[in-house]
Ligand binder design. Structure first.
Ligand SMILES: [Zn+2]
Length: 374
């Protein structure tokens, strides 16, 4: 991946390049910022740049042997760590178990979020982690002799999902890595990372993608034709993932479906930790999107209530929604449909009048835990 392929973030990119030319590449850096702003993309392009055999002033060459391997993400000195899940087959999962899928995902587009990643590895309802046994893999890989590169690079994506034991085992390695090692830790929420890790890294703070860069990138998408690009750029608020979702409403609908079904499941089970995570995630999306999600939820609730009447001609559910709703609809009945609708409408009004989304969605989910058992 070359810098020229990335969307915006010129200021950060220039600062990183400057660091390389002045020979001060900090060995452990923390790329922090919201989803969809290109942290992973910048990390990979940066790693490719520091290892390029023939870099120009502002980009890697793209054709030297190192760049060629980097572009396929198969360079032996480039390592990735990311959240993974346990399955019946993989009891102690590490990133390498999912490496092929990871490469596929990143090569398709380096702009993706945790939910999209879970979808890629078919574990949409699971909560991934960077497990403790990953630490020995990381230490082992970095202690190997460098194969062919200038720098051994370890990119750890969504480091806030790292198990604390794992983080503790890495402290020493992050503080004093073998020579010519570059750690790039990536996070959407630096506050969730333990302080001992944070204090050992140099913070690179990402802001949203700049409007002009976003407009350019969106205009090139085939789906953009005839769309209100200016409006979309405004709504997306620097998040390229939101922007592409707004361009293809179907993808957005699929995400709303996931959010809605997760919310109902978590609330029914009274799973508090996942509930707080759900709230954080939704609270971090834009206000317009939150409103669309609430409208989507109102529609789902209404459709589920009607489904109980066994009059299919009154229903407007797509196949996936119907599959879920056939099991879910008994929970939405004449005892709770009105209060459900009221609460979702109230949340919609509160979000519209600039209320705090975290409080509004937390309040809503706590109410659902009661309403759903009515
Ligand atoms: Zn090169």
């Amino acid at each position: 991946m070359q810098f020229k392929e990335l969307i915006g973030q010129k200021v950060i990119i220039n600062r990183l390049i400057e660091g390389v030319s002045e020979n001060r590449v900090s060995h452990a850096q923390l790329f922090a910022g919201k989803e969809g702003v290109g942290k992973l993309a910048v990390a990979i392009a940066y790693a490719q740049y520091v290892n390029c055999k023939n870099p120009s002033e502002n980009d890697s060459c793209g054709v030297c042997p190192s760049c060629k391997k980097y572009q396929k993400l198969i360079h032996p000195d480039l390592h990735f760590v990311f959240p993974v899940v346990k399955t019946p087959k993989i009891k102690e999962p590490v990133s390498d178990n999912y490496l092929d899928k990871w490469r596929e995902q990143v090569l398709e587009s380096p702009y993706f979020n945790l939910n999209m990643w879970y979808k890629t590895i078919d574990v949409e309802n699971a909560q991934g982690q960077i497990y403790v046994h990953e630490s020995s893999e990381i230490i082992r890989k970095l202690n190997l002799k460098t194969f062919e590169a200038e720098y051994k690079v370890m990119i750890i994506w969504m480091v806030e999902r790292m198990n604390v034991q794992c983080a503790n085992k890495l402290l020493k390695m992050i503080e004093e890595p073998p020579p010519k090692t570059l750690f790039i830790l990536i996070t959407e929420n630096e506050e969730q990372i333990i302080q001992t890790i944070r204090s050992r890294t140099q913070l690179v703070k990402f802001i949203g993608i700049q409007k002009e860069a976003m407009t350019n990138a969106l205009s090139k998408l085939p789906k953009a034709e005839g769309k209100d690009i200016e409006g979309i750029v405004h709504q997306a608020n620097g998040n390229f993932i939101s922007a592409t979702n707004l361009i293809s409403p179907n993808e957005l609908k699929a995400q709303f479906f996931d959010q809605f079904t997760n919310l109902m499941r978590i609330s029914y089970k009274r799973d508090w930790m996942p509930m707080f995570e759900w709230v954080d995630k939704v609270a971090a999306t834009g206000r317009e999107r939150q409103k669309s999600f609430l409208l989507y939820s109102l529609r789902m609730l209404r459709e589920n209530f009607i489904l109980n009447l066994k009059q299919p001609e009154l229903n407007y559910l797509d196949e996936k929604e119907r599959g879920f709703s056939e099991r879910f609809c008994p929970f939405i009945n004449e005892r709770n449909i009105l209060i459900f609708a009221e609460e979702f409408e109230k949340a919609f009004r509160d979000i519209s009048s600039n209320g705090n989304p975290r409080i509004i969605f937390l309040d809503l989910s706590l109410k659902i835990t009661k309403m759903i058992r009515a």
